[in-house]
Design a binder for this molecule. Structure first.
Ligand SMILES: [Zn+2]
Length: 274
């Protein structure tokens, strides 16, 4: 079991008045003994054969009970660390750290409207709508920012405008104006909504041969350091409910967040549908 999970278990045992020893993220005889004692009081929640389980299985079962106690869907209390327990643990860890449950993304449907008629993420359709990629057909224009940005990798460098596809200009500007009016500059800085990761960048997609949405100047990245490409909702900063309004402004204009819809690349938003 991962050390973070063992620490959560040890802390919970202490809170319940048991003695698992030091909170060190390592299982040992003290932790196992305390788990045994704790489970004695939870017999009603356990299958009949739990006494025959191995120490590590009992420990996982105890963690499952902790999740269940917080109303987190964990399935059967079986002491096995499968994907559901993994997800339940991530949710519990998020709750313990932040004092609130992560946004219920599995239940929530991101707003899916398309008032600007953005095309599908398909090379032919994108070339048709935005101009043929990597040619002068792609018409670019400078967007003068409603609030100053800073280069994410060099925060001392202020950015007052950037180049984008002429077709997304007005929409992106409306979004950023809305963001500025809603959050104000101080909050924008706190949340990293001014940490600019870039728009136009003619390149192929990561690990692929297809063109990145940035090639047409129709995608924007924000705060890449705190929203790494592979990070999901449990780690990405922009998955936090503080950013709900941020995403709403984009989604109302038909922009697509890969974070909100696919749970990766939370830095990125694009004017193409999938
Ligand atoms: Zn991007």
């Amino acid at each position: 079991m991962k050390a973070a999970a063992v620490r959560v278990i040890q802390q919970a045992l202490i809170a319940e008045g048991f003695n698992p020893g030091k909170v060190d993220g390592k299982t040992g005889s003290k932790t196992y003994g305390a788990v045994d004692q704790a489970l004695q009081g939870r017999k009603a929640d356990l299958p009949n054969d739990w006494l025959q389980w191995s120490n590590s299985r009992k420990t996982v079962a105890y963690l499952q009970l902790l999740c269940k106690d917080q109303g987190i869907e964990v399935g059967e209390i079986d002491g096995f660390w499968g994907p559901q327990t993994e997800f339940a643990f991530d949710t519990l860890a998020y709750f313990l750290e932040n004092g609130l449950m992560p946004h219920p993304w599995r239940d929530e449907t991101p707003l899916d409207v398309n008032p600007n008629g953005w095309p599908q993420q398909d090379e032919a359709q994108l070339n048709e709508f935005y101009g043929k990629v990597d040619t002068p057909q792609v018409k670019l224009v400078r967007l003068i920012l409603p609030y100053p940005h800073r280069l994410a990798w060099d925060l001392r460098t202020t950015v007052n405008s950037f180049s984008c596809n002429v077709k997304v200009h007005d929409s992106a500007k409306r979004v950023l104006q809305g963001v500025f009016d809603h959050y104000g500059m101080e909050r924008i800085k706190d949340l990293g909504l001014d940490r600019w990761g870039g728009c136009l960048n003619v390149r192929k997609m990561r690990g692929g041969t297809r063109w990145s949405m940035h090639s047409w100047g129709i995608a924007m990245d924000y705060d890449p350091a705190r929203n790494r490409y592979k990070w999901g909702r449990d780690r990405a900063a922009f998955a936090h409910p503080d950013y709900d309004a941020w995403w709403r402004f984009w989604e109302e204009e038909g922009w697509l967040s890969l974070g909100r819809t696919r749970n990766y690349d939370w830095m990125h938003v694009q004017a193409a549908k999938r």
